[in-house]
Design a binder for this molecule. Sequence first.
Ligand SMILES: Nc1ncnc2c1ncn2[C@@H]1O[C@H](COP(=O)(O)OP(=O)(O)OP(=O)(O)O)[C@@H](O)[C@H]1O
Ligand SMILES: [Mg+2]
Length: 287
Amino acid sequence: MAPPAMHLQSGSVSLEHSVASESIVTLDQVAFGYDSRAVLSGISLHIPRGKVVAVMGGSGCGKTTILRLIGGQIKASAGQVSVNGRDVAALGHGDLYQMRRRMGMMFQFGALFTDLSVYENVAFPLREHTRLPESLIRDLVLMKLQAVGLRGASALMPASLSGGMARRVALARAIAIDPMLMLYDEPFTGLDPISLRIIADLIRELNDALGAASVLVTHDVEASFRIVDHVYIIAAGRVIADGTPDQIRNSTDPQVHQFVHGESDGPVRFHYGEGAYAADLGLGPRP
Ligand SMILES: Nc1ncnc2c1ncn2[C@@H]1O[C@H](COP(=O)(O)OP(=O)(O)OP(=O)(O)O)[C@@H](O)[C@H]1O
Ligand SMILES: [Mg+2]
């Protein structure tokens, strides 16, 4: 009996390995600027299947821009963005639409349709993207609402939800079509500590249940480090550090340390743009 068992074991290990290392998103030396101002200058990162990866960095460093490049809303000026092995910039309208059908996006404030019930909000992408019969849509909607703990709220209108509940409905809607890739832009903004923890745990659980990959853009070090596998820190258009949450937390790099420990004083500047304040006030020469 022993040899077949060993064979099975080694087979399953290598299968797990190949699934785990399969990259859903790859950015290879990506550069991008709005007009003439460079925002990203040579970003490389990869998001493997099954993983939740945080993209962090100061305000304005280009995190939302990275999500827009992945979603194909904008195109890199240099380098390549691939999703599921395909160059996003090379996709035509039809292929881009197909690709987006397999992505779930949850943006800041959730943005539910205010004149549709919770049930209809979650059903919306299913009606938009599939021709499933009503009975199946109903089962899927209730399953998704069950997953975020809100099956009992299906008849409510968005106006009667708390902020945390609305975010959970948005999450249920984002996973309605079983995406292979989830993109979250600041999903924790404005939530109390309990709701925040619930949303963070859901992001992890839903990723694992779907066998998807998730990109989590956030400033919230505590909430995200608890649930992510890997962290990228962006500054001045580049990846300045990446690693597991523990590696990042223990980093001795002054910029990383400043970010992780929320220090207002350090190498990362609070002010946008160039030029000394004193010079702008006419108090001295420009450097
Ligand atoms: N549509 C646009 N046109 C011109 N500049 C833009 C546009 N969108 C963003 N920017 C600029 O690009 C830079 C990166 O913006 P982005 O929204 O990606 O930052 P972010 O890291 O998501 O910031 P935050 O944490 O504040 O959301 C910023 O300096 C911003 O001013
Ligand atoms: Mg942003």
